[in-house]
Design a protein around this ligand. Structure first.
Ligand code: PGA
Length: 250
């Protein structure tokens, strides 16, 4: 089974719509969709419309969604809203959302289920804290997060999800996981999917590494058997850097 690699930016709370437009203008024509890998970017809600209209062959993702369709949930955005404007990916369970906004694995499972019902692909983030890493608990934490966040999905859905293994200590710190650790943890994600959902799901699920990925180190990660892409924060914000990420993985 060949899995198409997926390189995805995560802008977090950066860029106004005008800044987003400038980014896509700068990227215009650079990604054609014919590359071996798929490229995309997760952007703030208010930038989504500009992104969909200007992203060309880049995929566009939201950075969060609510699992319910409508109602009295001030400040939330539903999956039907994302669907109507043409969004095809949604990041869920990012460690910043788990840490600052109490997003749990149970929320992730509900969001993933709702996203699949609208044919939007979830990019589900999992990963351990520095304390858990130091205590040798990575395997246990990753397994538990995966088991709980995938609860209720069918094997077919799990096969289509994108998993982003992001050790929290590597996010935004410049301290990326060494390649062997990243590969071992991405393999752990795949093996966990195999145990829970079978071979077919395990062979088709795409597993990204995330955490201080840059144009200078992305190649080493992409060369690993169980790493099918990257989720990239800081290095996805500037056009030049994004182009370098594309060049390094073409
Ligand atoms: P970083 O962020 O590339 O800036 O470390 C990664 C992420 O949070 O997805």
């Amino acid at each position: 089974m060949t899995r198409r690699p997926i390189i995805f930016g995560n802008w977090k709370m950066n860029k106004t719509p005008a800044e987003a437009k400038a980014f896509f203008d700068g990227m215009a024509g650079y990604v054609t969709g014919e590359e071996a890998a798929e490229y995309g970017v997760g952007v703030p809600f208010v930038d989504l419309d500009v992104a969909v209209k200007n992203a060309g062959a880049l995929s566009v993702g939201a950075e969060n969604c609510n699992e319910l369709d409508s109602g009295a949930y001030t400040g939330e955005v539903s999956v039907p809203m994302l669907k109507e404007i043409g969004i095809t990916y949604c990041i869920i369970g990012h460690s910043e959302r788990r840490t600052y906004y109490n997003e749990t694995s149970a929320h992730c499972a509900a969001k993933a289920k709702r996203l699949f019902a609208s044919d939007i692909t979830p990019i589900l983030c999992i990963g351990e804290t520095e304390a858990e890493y130091d205590a040798g608990k990575t395997e246990e934490v990753v397994r538990t997060q995966l088991k709980e966040s995938l609860e209720g999905l069918t094997a077919e859905e799990v096969g289509k999800i994108v998993l982003a293994y992001e050790p929290i200590w590597a996010i935004g710190t410049g301290k990326s996981a060494d390649v062997n650790t990243a590969e071992a943890c991405c393999k752990l994600c795949r093996d966990t999917v195999r145990e829970l959902y079978g071979d077919e799901a395990a062979e088709s699920v795409r597993v990204q590494y995330g955490g201080s990925v840059k144009p200078t180190n992305i190649k080493e990660y992409m060369a690993c058997a169980d790493i099918d892409g990257a989720l990239i924060g800081g290095a996805s914000l500037k056009v030049d850097s994004f182009k370098e990420l594309v060049d390094a993985t073409k």
